[in-house]
Structures are given as C-alpha cells and as structure tokens.
Design a protein around this ligand. Structure first.
Ligand code: NCD
Length: 309
C-alpha cells in the first residue's frame, strides 16, 4: 500500500519506520556532499516550487534547505518575512495564502511562535506540503534528524548509547526534537541545565534523566550535544553571567579530559561559552559533519514528501 507523506511538522508525529526511512535515505546523498566531485543533481522535484518562509533569522538552516531543494531540481524561493507585508499589518494566514496562490507545492517555515506549522496545515490546501524548519521552543525536526544521522554514522547504531544534551533546554526546540528522536531510536538521553533553564516536569513528560551538575554525568557518555545559550534572552536573568555558565556547563579542556564522548552543537556556537576552542575544533567534534548531513537529510525529507513509497 502506498501512503503519500504530506508534512514534516515534528518528530513527535512520525512513526519509527518513517524516521528510519529518512535516516537511511539521507545516506545516499551524503557521499556526494563530502566529495570534491561536481554536485550530483537530480530531477526528482523538477516542476515543483518550494517557498522558504523564514520569520526568524537563519543562515545555515535556510541555506541548507535551499541547496537541498535545488539539488533535487526544484525551483526554490526564499522570503525574509521580517520585511514582508506582515510588517504592513497583513495577517500570517493572508500572507501565506498570497504566496501559495502563485502555485507553490511546498512551504518550509521557521517562526518564533510554537505551533505555526500546524496552524498553516489547518489553513492551507491539502496538496501543499509543509516542513517545519523550527517553531518557537517546540520542534526542529530536520535538525534532530541530521544529528541522529551523524551519530549513527560515527557510532554505528543508537540503541543503548548514552547521550547528554546540555544547556538551555527550556527554550530549545533542538532539545525537544532530539529527545523524541533519540528515545524513539533506543538511545538513553540525559539532559543537563541550570535549574532556571530546565523545564519543570521534564522527567515525567519526556521520560529522560535530568541533572543540574554536568560533572556528575559526563563520565561514560557516548556523545555530548551542547545547545546555544540564547544571547537574545540574557536580559531576562536566567543565568548569572556567560562566564558562570561556561564554568558550570561549558565543554572546557578539563571536562574534555574526563570523557572521550563525541561533541555536537547545532550552531551557531558561542565559543568560550558552550564550547571552548579545544572542544569545538577537537577531532571528535562533529559540528561540520552535522552541517553536511543537514543538506543530505533535507534532500531525503523532500524525497519522502514527494514520492510514493
Ligand atoms: C538552532 C535553531 O535555530 O533552532 N540552530 C539551527 O537551526 N542551526 C539552534 C539555535 O539557534 O540555538
């Protein structure tokens, strides 16, 4: 039986077989991204138009989607929504309706409000596919998929592997999507944060281990995923200072010496806050590999949305 996959709204909506399909299909695209050969273009999405609607600043995610779309032969348009008609008072739904009236097949949306991709799903015609490129503190499904693909590549598999996610868990869509995905794939997830940046009831809601002391959990872990400290929220007094955060939660040389865990970060990295140079540039740092995997994962997502399988 063939089921048409319509949207990627969040990891929490996907079945394990879909997650595994996406991860394994991204493997076919990754070698070309690593190689010095000319890019291999496909015609899988020829005649399709994808609109990237970014209501929040983004460089790597937006570029990664654009490259994935073009490499599959789609026409891609990117709109910086800060300067769109929304600033003239038009509603979100009206703006998106105007764009889709130009014959668009797929919308990639990033917004600082959680739930926007679901809201668009309710209002847009059925045939338009929607991809969530990050909604508020809710989900960032392609980031979690690229993180998992990177981890599987270096560790072989995920079941039983011990992964730490450290930093601003409270505001992090990357953390939420990763918790859903890593747990679905059988990894053991521990989250670490200052108590002001730890969601209440996280143990009950997400069934993860939660700690406030990084040094307590670091030994014996297979990978550490550091999250960006959101400078834009520093005014709100969640942490005493960036220096204090580094001292307690940063991957410093002394912490590196007690673990040989792989190091991940979704970027952009605040050097000397979440990661010292020794961690960001370490041989076991996977940061640039994650970026390359990002294009391959987004190609697999587009393939999944536009093909019958
Ligand atoms: C993340 C995001 O925007 O959610 N970055 C990314 O997509 N590469 C993480 C962040 O900005 O903190």
């Amino acid at each position: 039986m063939s089921i048409r996959r319509r949207d990627l709204l969040g990891i929490r909506f996907l079945a394990k077989e879909d997650l595994e399909w996406l991860l394994s299909h991204s493997d076919q695209y990754f070698p070309n991204i690593l190689s010095k050969d000319p890019v291999k273009k496909s015609t899988l999405l020829a005649g399709r138009t994808v609109a990237n609607l970014f209501f929040e600043n983004s460089t790597r995610t937006r570029t990664s989607f654009e490259l994935a779309e073009k490499r599959l032969g789609a026409d891609a348009v990117s709109l910086s929504m800060q300067t769109s008609s929304l600033s003239k008072g038009e509603s979100l739904i009206d703006t998106v309706n105007v764009i889709t009236a130009m014959k668009i097949d797929c919308i990639v949306v990033r917004h600082n409000a959680g739930g926007v991709p679901l809201l668009l799903r309710k209002h847009l015609p059925d045939h338009i596919r929607i991809i969530n490129a990050g909604d508020g503190a809710c989900e960032h499904p392609t980031q979690a998929l690229l993180d998992a693909a990177t981890l599987i590549e270096v560790m072989g598999s995920l079941p039983g592997k011990k992964i730490v996610i450290v930093g601003d868990i409270l505001h992090s869509r990357v953390a939420r999507s990763n918790i859903y995905l890593l747990k679905a794939l059988g990894a053991e997830v521990t989250v670490v944060a200052p108590n002001t940046l730890m969601p209440k009831y996280i143990r009950e809601v997400f069934d993860v281990e939660a700690h406030y002391d990084l040094d307590h959990v670091l030994a014996g872990k297979d990978a550490v995923m550091a999250l960006r400290i959101q400078h834009e929220r520093q005014g709100k007094g969640y942490i005493p200072s960036l220096g204090d955060f580094r001292k307690k939660y940063g991957l410093t040389p002394s912490r590196l010496s007690v673990t040989d865990a792989f190091i991940l970060h979704p970027g952009p990295v605040n050097r000397s806050v979440e990661l010292d140079d020794e961690a960001a540039d370490a041989e076991r740092s996977l940061i640039l590999r994650q970026v390359g995997r990002g294009v391959a994962i987004r190609m697999a997502v587009l393939e999944w949305l536009f093909s019958e399988h």
